[in-house]
Design a binder for this molecule. Structure first.
Ligand SMILES: NC(=O)c1ccc[n+]([C@@H]2O[C@H](COP(=O)([O-])OP(=O)(O)OC[C@H]3O[C@@H](n4cnc5c(N)ncnc54)[C@H](OP(=O)(O)O)[C@@H]3O)[C@@H](O)[C@H]2O)c1
Length: 317
């Protein structure tokens, strides 16, 4: 039997990386094996991955030599950063550089960099439609990822840039789901005006990444944008109403109001939603559900995702 190609996966115990690990393990005839990277090989999540058949190794994206070991003799590497753990674009840039250097050192044959746009290419810092944040960013959790694209391409790595979309899982974990208003009615508050929001089940990002590794050479040097569906706030509220069996209304709050909500990162997210609205045609066009479906035949619609996950969405009952 031919030797399997090993994919080293950063963030393997998390959403994107976890989806990729499971996609590889669920396809034993696919020709790939998986090396799950975690900071703690003894955590419950890491042990579960090992029990499922993954090779589990320790590394930290802040530590280049640990990454070099973790990428050693791997065919592919899935690279992602964790903005919401530290809120620092500079840290993301340093971590992306570490991953790019480790991939170069290991002569990895296919790298996926999970990225987003550097919004400053569309909204320069002197454009005052939205505030500049942290001194030199418009959407900090996007901008550094986009800026880091050139760290991967600049080293001449065989990289596919994977443009991801809003996780529907944010309705479970990020406090973005429908909430009861003063009149007891459920309200979905999003500053998306009447524009479409490309969204995806987080698990599908990993499954699409697996599709990218399977396609291999053909997607090296390409940017691949993925989404499950593009939906307006009103369409999502209608899907929520159907799934929950209760009326959910869409509240298209203005971006400025959203920025002032005061939770950590509200300003960053307010700017992000404004970027998605102001450049909606570009933003949706860059994330084609057909592309995602071709990479991942199991791609879920929002309705399918809701059917699976509706009981996990905190509604503040
Ligand atoms: N939420 C969205 O809608 C959305 C959409 C597009 C893109 N994103 C981006 O997705 C990224 C996060 O990816 P995710 O959601 O897959 O993450 P996640 O689910 O939060 O998982 C992060 C995992 O990464 C590991 N990790 C954290 N810090 C690490 C470090 N220093 N070194 C090595 N591993 C580390 C942790 O595993 P261990 O504890 O096992 O080490 C953790 O399980 C963010 O940068 C965010 O901007 C989010």
């Amino acid at each position: 039997m031919a030797t399997k190609k090993t994919i080293a996966v950063v963030g393997a115990t998390g959403a994107q990386g976890g989806g990729l690990v499971r996609a590889i393990l669920n396809d034993p005839q696919g020709g790939f094996s998986v090396r799950a990277i975690t900071r703690d090989v003894n955590s419950d999540k890491a042990k579960k991955l090992a029990q499922s058949g993954a090779e589990v190794v320790a590394a930290n994206v802040d530590d280049l030599s640990s990454l070099e070991k973790a990428f050693h003799e791997a065919h592919g590497a899935f690279c992602v950063t964790f903005f919401w753990e530290h809120f620092s674009p500079e840290k993301e840039l340093a971590e992306a550089m570490n991953m790019a250097q480790a991939a170069k050192h290991a002569a990895v044959q296919h790298v996926i960099w999970s990225t987003l746009e550097d919004t400053r290419k569309w909204v320069p810092l002197n454009d005052d439609r939205m505030p500049t944040l942290q001194g030199k960013y418009k959407v900090p959790h996007f901008d550094a990822k986009g800026e880091a694209d050139k760290l991967f391409t600049g080293l001449g790595l065989p990289v596919t840039l994977l443009l991801t979309s809003f996780y529907w899982d944010n309705f479970i974990y990020f406090g973005m789901g429908p909430k009861k208003g003063p009149d007891g009615k459920l309200v979905l508050t999003l500053p998306m005006a009447d524009r479409k929001l490309p969204g995806i089940a987080a698990e599908d990002i990993g499954r699409c990444a697996y599709g990218v590794f399977k396609r291999g050479h053909e997607l090296v040097g390409k940017t691949v944008g993925i989404a499950g569906e593009h939906l307006t706030g009103a369409q999502m509220a209608a899907d929520f109403s159907k799934a929950l069996g209760k009326d959910v209304v869409y509240n298209a709050v203005p971006y400025g109001v959203y920025r002032s909500f005061g939770f950590p990162g509200a300003d960053d997210l307010g700017n992000m939603f404004q970027f998605k609205c102001d450049f909606n045609e570009y933003f949706c066009g860059a994330r084609n559900p057909e592309t995602a479906l071709a990479l991942n035949p199991a791609l879920e619609s929002f309705e399918q995702w809701l059917t699976q996950n509706k009981s996990r969405i905190p509604l503040g009952d």
